[in-house]
Design a protein around this ligand. Structure first.
Ligand code: ADP
Length: 480
């Protein structure tokens, strides 16, 4: 048996065991539509059971020492790294992600566990000078409680570890609901979490197709103290409104519309390389993927020529093949979405330079459109596919105005060799994350998150654990 098959699990993991129901749903391989596994479909009772067990487990897990929690997290980290190849295969099979990117995601996702295993021990409080001579003021940080984590299909592993590891490190317990498109990676890491030694109820994974019912149950439960969600702005808004009755705390990592600005003094080859990486990672299906390429008019033609040449070298195919850069899109709807952006752009004066037509039900080639304008739909909406529209600008002011002309505010990128411009543009961009002369900037050591309609909260870094804590002020009086 191939090694990865030993990590395929088809039931939800809750209260330290595997829970199956008769009703199942199929997980498909987007590369060929074949059925990879039939997974037991969790229902409302399963979610409630998971919440109850997480709530019970919180009593003891929250009292464990940071050192104990750190040790279990590090064990989990090691098991994930040991099983890198199998996890990468499962991820590629269920998401279509090119295998090398999947391997990269295992490293990236595991790095959050390692980082937060370390941060667990440094969740420092404060001692504040008292305001009268007989008082002492202390600030401590405590785990927030049970966390509901709802994650998307585009990072089947890393979006889970990015939420779960700071939560567990802080002393919270977790109920994860992975996307129904990619539950297998989530269940595989649940198995490894069990092996690492998390006590029962601390970490639960609910695999089910009824996203709205599971989401509602998590949001409305008084036993869940926090929701952390990565996905669309639309669903983020639904979760926010469902959380009103319990005044739940929310971290929302939502959609983006990333501008990629190339100023006239930029190193064009470096910019082309960054644009390829930032645009076509996972075929453009990430929330920080470049959505609009803005190029100064003086270098517009040169950039386009070099960019189109670089795009022509990308290899399209089944993500399981080693040299493939562009795999299938996640489903048919994703293909139709890209097509509708193209039709709209063509009707408004855009020109296709390469790509432009689907290859079959699942594959869409990398596509470049020139003469893009702010009237085109991708100026307002997230593309989430391998389509790169190129806009033209003639001044820094115009570039900033175009870049900020969106409801979103997650990631932005720009290329320049001018120090003053670097600083001024960084400050002017209304985004939570800015890459200068760099198209790939996600890391466990830096805070990731957006502003405006891209959400709230930060993941990764020393800031990422704060979202899972409550601050308590303790006053000691009458010290005479
Ligand atoms: P994407 O475009 O990345 O699929 P979605 O916001 O649709 O973005 O999905 C992100 C995650 O949220 C997925 O796991 C999806 O199944 C889940 N989801 C979709 N609708 C809801 C909902 N109403 N409540 C809770 N989760 C939902």
């Amino acid at each position: 048996m191939e090694a990865y098959k030993q990590l395929i699990f088809t039931r939800s993991y809750l209260n330290g065991g595997w829970k199956g129901n008769e009703e199942t749903f199929d997980v498909l391989n987007p590369a060929d539509g074949s059925i990879l596994a039939s997974v037991s479909n969790a229902n409302k009772e399963d979610v409630e059971q998971a919440i109850n067990s997480a709530h019970l487990a919180f009593r003891t897990w929250s009292k464990s020492s940071a050192k104990e929690r750190s040790a279990i997290l590090l064990k989990w980290y090691s098991l994930i790294v040991e099983n890198k190849e199998s996890l990468a295969r499962i991820m590629t099979l269920e998401s279509g992600k090119p295998i090398n990117e999947s391997r990269g995601e295992v490293d990236y996702g595991a790095a959050f566990i390692q980082w937060f295993a370390e941060e667990a021990k440094r969740l420092y409080g404060d001692v504040i000078p008292g305001y009268t001579v007989d008082r002492r003021i202390i600030v401590i940080k405590q785990p927030i409680g049970v966390v509901g984590a709802i994650t998307p299909w585009n990072f089947p592993l890393a979006m889970i570890t990015r939420k779960v590891s700071p939560a567990l490190a802080a002393g919270c317990t977790v109920v994860v609901r992975p996307s129904e498109e990619t539950p297998l990676t989530a269940l595989a890491i649940a198995h490894l979490a069990e092996k690492a030694g998390f006590p029962k109820g601390v970490f639960n994974v609910i695999a089910g197709t009824d996203a709205s019912s599971i989401g509602k149950t998590l949001c409305e439960s008084p036993l869940v103290s926090k929701i952390s969600f990565t996905g669309s702005t639309r669903v983020g808004q639904i979760l926010s409104s469902q959380s009103v009755s319990t005044l739940k705390k929310l971290s929302l990592e939502l959609g983006g519309n990333a501008p990629f600005i190339v100023f006239e003094d930029a190193d064009i080859d470096t910019a082309v390389k960054g644009a390829i990486a930032g645009k076509f990672r996972f075929s453009g299906q990430t929330c920080v993927c470049v959505n609009r390429i803005l190029v100064h008019q003086r270098i517009y033609e040169e950039f386009i020529d070099k960019f189109v040449l670089a795009v022509s070298k990308l290899k399209l195919g089944n993500g399981m093949e080693e040299e493939v850069n562009i795999g299938p899109l996640i489903n048919k709807k994703a293909i139709e979405r890209v097509e509708s952006f193209i039709d709209d752009a063509l009707s408004k004066g855009g020109t296709i330079l390469t790509g432009g037509k689907r290859i079959d039900q699942q594959f869409f080639p990398p596509t470049v459109i020139r003469d893009a304008t702010k009237e085109m739909n991708f100026s307002k909406e997230e593309i989430f596919g391998p389509l790169a529209p190129i806009f033209k600008f003639s001044s820094d002011e115009e570039a900033i105005q175009l870049a900020n002309d969106t409801i979103y505010g997650l990631a932005a990128y720009f290329y320049t060799n001018d120090l003053t411009r670097s600083w001024k543009i960084s400050e002017a961009l209304e985004y939570g994350i800015v890459g200068i002369n760099e198209g790939l900037i996600s890391t466990e050591v830096a805070p990731f998150g957006g502003i405006k309609y891209s959400g709230s909260g930060r993941e990764g870094s020393k800031y990422g654990i704060e979202d899972y804590t409550e601050i308590k002020y303790v006053c000691i009086g009458n010290i005479k």
